[in-house]
Design a protein around this ligand. Structure first.
Ligand code: 5GP
Length: 207
């Protein structure tokens, strides 16, 4: 397979409540990397601790639908009644510059990205057990009981799509999960199809 010689596109996906954003933040706190986080756009109202332009771009339904029409998203999905989408320009600009772009998205959007960007690296984050996932969703006080139940129901379908991903990482411990993801990113860089062009001259020279 011919792979993109520009930046790496990394999809981190998995059921709601698995701890994607906590693991992603731990990943960004590791030293020596050039990761850029793709801030998504959503119609979901902000939670108390969330900051506009840091956690999400919070927009109205009308604005989101307008952007779909203008083809501004790399992918988008409706998740438990709200839209979530990845702004296309930001991703493409960063990949062009050679940066590694991290998408933290749910499974339907992840499928769309896998179709459009064949050399994206996809990682499915799983909880250590279903019980752990249920407990996490229940202790997230920001969601109503209905929302929590809808997210749990959705988690079953999300689990059934795990086999479509390149890697599965268990979130048994946040730091361990972040370390494993960093190891995957480093290994992907060394993949022959991604790196051979850098060593072409060396490999062609007869010693
Ligand atoms: P939450 O409401 O908990 O922040 O997010 C709900 C789900 O939507 C999570 O699984 C989260 O990863 C996912 N999500 C966040 N941003 C995006 C996005 O841009 N696209 C898609 N498809 N899913 C997203």
């Amino acid at each position: 397979m011919k792979l993109n010689q520009k930046g790496l596109l990394i999809i981190i996906s998995g059921p709601s409540g698995v701890g994607k954003s906590t693991v992603r933040k731990a990943l960004f706190s590791l030293p020596n990397h050039h990761l850029v986080y793709s801030i998504s756009m959503t119609t979901r109202p902000p939670r108390d601790n969330e900051v506009e332009g840091v956690d999400y771009y919070f927009v109205s339904h009308e604005e989101f639908l307008g952007r779909i029409k203008e083809d501004k998203f790399l992918e988008y999905a409706n998740f438990v009644g709200n839209y979530y989408g990845t702004p296309k320009d930001m991703v493409d600009n960063n990949l062009e510059k050679g940066n590694e772009v991290i998408l933290e998205i749910e499974v339907d959007g992840a499928q769309q990205v896998m179709q459009k960007k064949r050399d994206a690296v996809s990682i499915f984050l799983v909880p250590p057990s279903k019980k752990a996932l249920i407990e996490r969703l229940q202790t997230r006080k920001t969601d109503s009981k209905e929302v929590m139940e809808a997210r749990l129901e959705k988690a079953n379908r999300e689990f059934s799509l795990a086999h479509k991903y390149d890697y599965i990482v268990v979130n048994d411990d946040v730091k361990n999960a972040a370390d494993r993801i960093m190891a995957i990113i480093r290994a992907e860089h060394a993949r022959t199809a991604r790196s051979i062009y850098k060593y072409k001259k060396l490999l062609e020279d007869v010693i």
